[in-house]
Design a binder for this molecule. Structure first.
Ligand code: FES
Ligand SMILES: [Fe+2]
Length: 370
């Protein structure tokens, strides 16, 4: 991190009442983005996919997270593994779209082939016609480069640096807040794909974990009074919650007790009592762009009709779109000099946002030891 970046972060790091947000540059500048790729997205457990999108052995899903082309693979033993999505010959990206590769991942350029565990099985004619070996070339040292992977329920996480704590410890503060869920009875009932959103990934996270905007932005889709919300700050988990006395319906508008929980840096899980979960797959793609999907789940074996599922999808599509409009305008506002010092955060409703931003700042300046 350069001294210029350090200077830009300084106002955020200084004590102030109320607290300031991160500087505009942290959302806009390529230098910050590159620094985040090397710190935030390398050192932590980053969610990169839904396990249910890799059903069969040989299913592959490429994903580029924070500049790194990665590949998820379901192997012959049913495990999901992640590798750098790069051929060891000339470093071409290997797989460019989701699909099933059968038993071998074959590079389209010179037909090197890797098995589903990443072992290099073929390097045709590398040493000359009919000669597949060459002096000094050791096939066993040229397999796909693995990435540390952990599949928690339906969600695939990677830790690119390999140095983060064990996932259960890293995510302990989130997991303990999900008590009472019988994970055996969680069913994936659909996925919404929102494609690209023109915002920095941090705005999506910040928006999710503060309850302040809900009454204004979601007035037609939700019915959760602000006064019933409280924020949650607990290690790598932060968010907000609302406890309502009465639980109302599963469609139309959202008026149920909820937990809005984020696991730093990019994982979001909403729990809607009594029997629903929603998980956001947030894939940052650049300083001002990201892709998003939402996975919808029922818990406790709850069965919904096709119509109920369609209603739920419509509701969530609308809620996300309401948020997307706001986060895109947050991003647009970062072109203004007024945003250089980050705006101000509510000490009550946005302390969770400040906690999230502090983790980012500490990762950037190298003060967050893993
Ligand atoms: S780059 Fe993959 S086989 Fe040549
Ligand atoms: Fe929202």
């Amino acid at each position: 991190m350069t001294s210029d970046m350090q200077a830009l972060l300084q106002p955020f790091l200084e004590e102030s009442e109320p607290k300031r947000g991160l500087p505009a540059a942290a959302y806009r500048d390529v230098e910050f983005w590159i620094a985040e790729c090397q710190s935030v997205f390398a050192r932590n457990w980053v969610c990169i996919g839904f396990a249910h999108e890799l059903k069969q052995a040989g299913d592959v899903v490429p994903v580029t997270v924070a500049g790194q082309p990665l590949l998820m693979v379901r192997n012959g033993s049913g495990e999901i593994k992640a590798f750098h999505n790069v051929c060891r010959h000339r470093c071409l990206t290997l797989v460019d779209k989701p699909g099933n590769v059968g038993k071998l991942i074959r590079c389209p350029y010179h037909a090197w082939a890797y098995d589903l565990n990443g072992t290099l099985r073929a390097s045709p004619h590398f040493g000359g016609t009919g000669l597949h070996e060459a002096k000094g070339f050791d096939k066993s040292r040229n397999g796909l480069v693995p990435v540390r992977t952990h599949v928690w329920q339906d969600w695939v996480f990677v830790n690119v640096s390999g140095e983060a704590p064990q996932f259960e410890d890293y995510a302990g503060s989130l997991i303990k807040r999900l008590g009472g869920i019988n994970w055996e009875t969680v069913d994936s009932i659909g996925t919404l794909d929102f494609g690209e959103i023109s915002t920095n990934w941090k705005f999506i996270m910040e928006n999710f974990i503060e309850p302040y905007h809900v009454q204004f932005v979601h007035s037609s889709t939700t019915d959760q009074p602000l006064s019933d919300h409280y924020t949650i700050i607990d290690g790598n988990c932060m968010g907000s919650a609302v406890d309502l006395d009465e639980e109302v319906g599963t469609s139309g508008s959202l008026a149920v007790s909820s937990r809005y929980l984020a696991l730093y840096p990019n994982f979001i899980l909403g729990r809607y009592f009594p029997d629903q979960l929603g998980v956001y797959l947030n894939i940052p793609t650049g300083p001002g762009t990201m892709n998003q999907k939402r996975g919808l789940y029922t818990t406790g074996g709850k069965r919904l009709s096709a119509n109920e599922i369609e209603d739920l999808k419509r509701l969530w599509w609308d809620v996300h779109k309401e948020d997307h409009e706001m986060v895109e305008r947050l991003q647009a506002g970062r072109a203004s000099r007024v945003s250089d010092t980050g705006g101000v955060l509510s000490p009550v409703w946005e302390d969770s946002v400040h906690a999230f931003q502090s983790l980012v700042a500490r990762d950037l300046i190298g003060q967050r030891g893993n």
